[in-house]
Design a protein around this ligand. Structure first.
Ligand code: UD1
Ligand code: CA
Length: 457
């Protein structure tokens, strides 16, 4: 097998997006478009990947990191000019180069592999990935001669009425003999409707040199959608979402209503977990087996164990153990560690807290900046008073503590192992282990008070 290289075009401004955000950084299912492309390209055996970056370069580079080399295209003079910028890195090398647009986030590694295979089998100098579609407006059209062989690609804006009727389009992905590519680029001109140097023009140039040019037609048009505006972005999102959901279902996850379940690209979910409607699972979340998530839950960058239930709740950047029961209507905020067999009930908010194994906060509590031990029971309406308006302080609740309902634990404070806090207490001093602490006004009953009150009248 010859050496393989990849060039990813990501320098265009993306004016049709009407956005401050650089086009290829717009996300599809939580991952920037260009990252989808690089991830798929990286599944192939490729010696060198070069991404062409322009305006907004640092941000693209920050996103892709060391998975690619970079070439800067200072002015966006067209796709051929963009490829030219890789000359310093790739020109002169022997092998096959695949060119992919950073705005085709749905392209799959298998399809690129098939493109390479056809290119190599046909001993071609150029092979275009094409697709037949019902509404080809906007795309470059594949012009074939009487024998059905590819002659050239004509851009929509330059096409005659007759050519516009062609429904086989250029998907913007190609394989080239690397040396033939860089040689042909030198002959591309910008005399066309957009005054740009078009990469598709190298097809006609190579063909006219008497070399073999072929096309590989994919039957999955959806995969090759180029995202130029927000309508196409939403279409890509719908297709990608369906693809992600189906992958999880094939792997043994039940998704009760895939149309209302949103799982981002890098999420992992274990077998026999059930996702109920209205659920969003985002970022680098990993969910174990036999869990039940939803309805209406949002989980972002969390690690969740096995057999855990999360109903109508939000959890962000936290770890949640096994056999945990969360919700309905709970909020797990960042940097929390919810250990196994915990119960977090309705209207409970947890922030930056370790919540120990078997502990419970079943109703209406705020636990922030706390270390809660094992088998602790936090009564309804109890809170950690962690903030004095300026600084945050730690509350330590040791193992087997019982916090009575409606207590305030004014931090910094420690409740020792096995201690009891009486309901309605405002605790401002440490409580020793095994102690009972009552910190509230004593109750006084005024006998017959009501009668005295009436006599006065
Ligand atoms: C391009 C093709 C068209 C094809 C379509 C498929 C050309 C001239 N046309 O059209 O035949 O049907 O893709 O989606 O190539 N870019 C740069 N530098 C530039 C210009 C563009 O890096 O100077 C990058 C863009 O960031 C983008 C890609 O190249 O990722 C394609 O550019 P775009 O302007 O979207 O081309 P299309 O008009 O969609
Ligand atoms: Ca495009």
């Amino acid at each position: 097998m010859s050496k393989r290289y990849a060039i990813i075009l990501a320098a265009g401004q993306g004016t049709r997006m009407k956005s401050k955000l650089y086009k290829v950084l717009h996300s599809v299912c939580g991952k920037p478009m260009v990252q989808h492309v690089v991830d798929q390209v990286s599944k192939l055996t490729i010696q060198e990947i070069v991404t062409i970056i322009g305006h907004g370069a640092e941000k693209v580079q920050l996103q892709l990191g060391t998975s690619s080399q970079y070439a800067l295209q200072e002015e966006q003079l067209g796709t051929a000019h963009a490829v030219m910028q890789a000359e310093g890195i790739l020109a002169g090398k022997e092998g096959v180069t695949i060119v992919v647009c950073g705005d085709t986030p749905l392209i799959k590694a298998e399809t690129m592999e098939a493109l390479f295979a056809q290119h190599e089998k046909q001993k071609a100098k150029a092979t275009i990935l094409t697709a037949k579609i019902d509404s080809p407006a906007g795309y470059g059209r594949i012009v074939r001669n009487g024998d059905g062989l590819v002659e050239k690609i004509v851009e929509h804006k330059d096409a005659s009425d007759e050519e516009r009727k062609i429904n086989e389009i250029n998907t913007g992905t190609y394989c080239f003999d690397n040396q033939a590519l860089f040689a042909a680029l030198k002959s591309v001109s910008n005399e066309n409707a957009q005054g740009e140097y078009y990469l598709p023009d190298v097809i006609e140039i190579i063909k006219k040199q008497g070399e073999i040019v072929t096309a590989y037609q994919t039957d999955d048009f959806e995969e090759t959608i180029g995202v130029n505006d927000r309508i196409a972005l939403s279409e890509a999102e719908t297709i990608m979402r369906k693809r992600i959901n189906q992958n999880h279902m094939r792997n043994g996850v039940t998704i009760v209503d895939p149309t209302s379940t949103y799982i981002e690209a890098d999420v992992q979910i274990g077998q026999d977990t059930i996702l109920l409607p209205g659920t969003m699972i985002k970022g680098n979340t990993v969910i174990g087996t036999d869990c039940q998530i939803g309805p209406n839950s949002e989980i972002e960058d969390c690690v969740v164990g096995d057999n855990t239930v999360i109903r109508q709740s939000v959890a962000v950047k936290s770890s949640i153990g096994s056999k945990v029961n969360i919700g309905p209507f709970a909020h797990i905020r960042p940097q929390s560690a919810i250990e196994d067999e915990v119960k977090i009930g309705n209207f409970v908010e947890i922030k930056k807290t370790v919540f120990g194994k078997g502990s419970k906060a079943s109703h209406l509590s705020y636990i922030g900046d706390a270390e809660v031990g094992r088998d602790v029971n936090i009564g309804c309406g109890s809170i950690t008073v962690n903030y004095d308006g300026k600084n945050k302080f730690l509350t330590k609740i040791e193992d087997e503590v019982f916090i009575g309902c409606n207590s305030n634990l004014v931090a910094p404070v420690t409740i020792g192992k096995g201690a009891y806090v009486a309901a309605g207490s405002t605790i401002t001093k440490d409580v020793p282990g095994e102690a009972l602490s009552i910190a509230r006004a004593r109750q006084e009953n005024k006998e017959n008070y009501v009668h005295k009150l009436h006599l006065k009248k």
